[in-house]
Design a protein around this ligand. Sequence first.
Ligand SMILES: Cc1ncc(COP(=O)(O)O)c(C=O)c1O
Length: 382
Amino acid sequence: MNINIPFGKPNISEKEIEGMIKVMESGILVHGQKTKEFEDEFAKRIGTNNAISVSSCTAGLHLSLFVNNIGPGDRVAVPAMTHVSTAHVIELQGAIPVFIDVKKDTGNMDTDILHKESKNGSLKAIMPVHYLGLACEMDTIMNIADESNALVIEDCALSLDGKYGNKKTGSIGDCGCFSFYPVKHMTTIEGGMVTTNNDELAKIIRKSRAFGYNKEMGDRTRPGIYDVDKLGFNYRMNEVEAVVGLNQINKLDDSLIKRKRNYEIIKSYIIKNNLLFIFPDKSLKSISSYYCMNIIYMDVNKNIRNELQDYLKSLNIGTSIHYPSAVPFFTYYRNKYNFKSNEFPVAQMIGERTLSIPLAPHVSEKEAHKIGKALIEFINAL
Ligand SMILES: Cc1ncc(COP(=O)(O)O)c(C=O)c1O
């Protein structure tokens, strides 16, 4: 019998559905208590003073640049291998993305290149992306940021519960942005969160996510009366999303155990072939959030990624790719900045060769063995 294993599958149970119905029946769909409760729970989990719910990780990243007045002429460092979201928000602000190639052993920003770029011209912000959930070298990044007086905005879209030393990702830089898109560690359908220990920053992000109103709903003495003293967006999370999030948080501990178990099982097969590179789950002070397991076939003369993806699909094993191109080589960026084709060799190699294997809790122990076996059989038959 075929086992159908998608790359990602939201883990929704009765509690989320009951919660959603209750919220719908209450008539309070935005500006309610659930959003506040969810923010408090999330801040506790990450270990920050504040968490501000938003409509997506992209909204959170955008707000983080916007409220810090990062705009035209400002240079912002971003890894060349990331979701386009991290770079797009820089463009949306009219700032200049300074793409940094990544390290081939982790896929994270190469801090030697970052350091050089910080000497080439001042950086207003650094946006480390914890690739596939493994924290970047945050000590070095924070030192470079201190030297250049740059803000650090962590992109934690794939690193919920990932750790650097004894800190969670999202609690190290000036702020961290999380994604609750359906196949992430937890979902709110769409949604995101900004975490920060800076109370002033939290206050201004809160204000800018809702039009720049000077008073939140509960603080208004007369309904409908407010002033607007700054620009803002409508990047709020609604109450239905928040109640889903509140129930999802409770599943994270179990999810992490299963993700790690699946990683170990699949790895036990893959390490039998030394031409297969697996992105690590630990490095120096970093411990992964086990978002997915990425592999690269190292024979430079043969790129078997697409064949392998098709083979796994034929066995009903879903995969994904993180990410399909170095961001500077997506058409928009290539046309605008005219990068040379050899400028970001590691990011480009990863984009061409990496394959993401599912680890999430919908993958049972038996299915993890099936995936491991399928991978090694395919590779050994080459
Ligand atoms: C690294 C990274 N940053 C940002 C995003 C965007 O997240 P969202 O869809 O919540 O805006 C993603 C989406 O997958 C991502 O992988």
